[in-house]
Design a protein around this ligand. Structure first.
Ligand code: GLU
Length: 435
């Protein structure tokens, strides 16, 4: 069932207006995919197979709002691929989510899982909603109805969601409960990124940032830069950015700039990251008003003179418009898609090493895999074990890609696609096409 290429549309899909000056995320992905397919001499049929999502579901989600009105939201789940195992990927809530974006993110998950050798295919979901405009109970009803509409898609052996932009462990708990209520048993392994008391994993929340730091340290060592000699800038101070900044700080690096939605904060002597994290926690989760730094804009932060730049905020931050101005030696992509395909060549020409998102931020899905394994075993690991295994898998993945990049004389991003596509294509060849 899950390998049929079908398209369900239970509601009229509204195409969003053109995103001015932005490259389509799906096109960015396809450009990189085409390049790797050429290197691998992938045959046309295989190319077609891997370019098309297995399943694209659009659901309409009616919600009774607190004032009694019914509002209808649009939700998506795209399974790009399930060759390596059940599909895996987060769910994002955002007012501009659309099918094109979810499709791109779903295929990113396929390549991401393959890069870190996690036995999952790729998927992604989204709901077109501004969650800040919903009350807590409206958010719960929206989440439960979205889940109910996708009961035939989700499942611990079929498709396993997780948090992504604007979704969190409480939302994962509602998904788990809704699925469990409908299957008449508690099924913790249907979703990851859950609270620890509901079968979540130690270390899951910090996993993406921790993974970013593992591969960043590996890259620094390739360039012969000691971590305590490195200047670091981090765009975004959410779950990924703040953990990356904190762990780089703990490594002795000088974190000279960080930013969040309130803008950037710069101190050439280095920022006190633990102090900024506690400031943010006591200040409704924003750095607004933090005084011990000069202010910059989020765009200026990207262009400061530093060794490591970690864009951990959102997509399309480094494009052909500003790529020429980037001074970092290493860009470690904490977010999904912060560098557009058009910027890749400019960064390459300028000798900047980019650790691609499908490697750099794969720590999240790696610990999601650990969470799923623990749920299925009913046996839970210590945080120390989770972190040790995470570091090992990230380090191995970095070394594998580095080898491929040397072998073909290509960038780490191209190597990541070559490695991942090769792995999925080889597995598909062994499985064959079911007829
Ligand atoms: N949303 C995260 C990502 O983009 C995590 C996905 C997962 O854990 O399944 O990698």
């Amino acid at each position: 069932m899950s390998s049929t290429k079908e398209q369900y549309a239970t509601t009229y899909y509204k195409e969003p207006g053109p995103k001015l000056d932005k490259e389509s995320p799906f096109e960015s992905m396809m450009e990189r995919f085409r390049f790797a397919a050429e290197i691998l001499n992938l045959d046309e049929g295989m190319f077609q197979y891997l370019a098309s999502p297995v399943k694209q579901v659009i659901v309409s989600i009616p919600v009774v709002m607190d004032d009694g009105r019914i509002e209808v939201f649009e939700g998506y789940r795209v399974i790009h691929d399930n060759v390596l195992g059940p599909s895996k990927g987060g769910i994002r809530y955002a007012p501009d989510v659309n099918l094109d974006e979810v499709k791109a993110l779903a295929s990113w998950m396929t390549w991401k899982c393959a890069v870190v050798n996690v036995p999952f295919g790729g998927a992604k979901g989204g709901v077109r909603v501004d969650p800040k405009k919903l009350s807590y109970s409206e958010l719960e009803r929206l989440t439960r109805r979205y889940t109910a509409n996708l009961l035939e898609v989700f499942g611990p052996d079929r498709d396993i969601p997780a948090p992504d932009m604007n979704t969190n462990e409480q939302i994962m708990a509602w998904i788990m409960d809704t699925y469990s209520m409908n299957s008449l048993r508690t099924e913790t392994a249907v979703v990851t990124g859950k609270p620890i008391i509901l079968g979540g994993s130690q270390g899951r929340k910090e996993a993406t940032g921790r993974g970013v730091v593992t591969v960043t340290l590996a890259a620094l060592s390739k360039l012969g830069i000691m971590p305590n000699r490195a200047n670091v800038a981090v765009q975004g101070f959410g779950n990924v950015g703040s953990v990356s900044a904190e762990l780089m700080y703990e490594q002795g690096a000088k974190v000279v700039a960080v930013s969040d939605i309130s803008g950037g904060y710069f101190n050439k002597k280095g920022l006190d990251i633990p102090e900024m994290i506690s400031y943010m926690r006591n200040n409704s989760n924003t750095l607004e008003g933090y005084a011990d730094a000069e202010k910059l804009t989020n765009e200026e932060l990207l262009e400061i003179d530093c060794d490591v730049l970690i864009p951990a905020a959102k997509e399309d931050q480094i494009s052909r418009h500003n790529a020429e101005n980037i001074k970092a030696k290493i860009i470690s992509e904490g977010a999904n898609g912060p560098v557009t395909a058009n910027a890749d060549a400019i960064l390459e020409k300028n000798g900047i090493m980019v650790i691609p998102d499908i490697l750099a931020n794969a720590g999240g899905v790696t610990v999601s895999y650990f969470e799923w394994v623990q749920d299925r075993q009913g046996y839970f690991w210590t945080e120390e074990r989770v972190n040790r295994r995470l570091n090992r898998m990230m380090r191995t993945a970095f070394d594998n890609l580095y080898k491929v990049s040397e072998e073909y004389n290509i960038t780490l991003r191209q190597a990541a696609y070559v490695y991942a596509i090769n792995k999925v294509a080889a597995t598909l060849k062994m499985r064959g096409i079911y007829a």
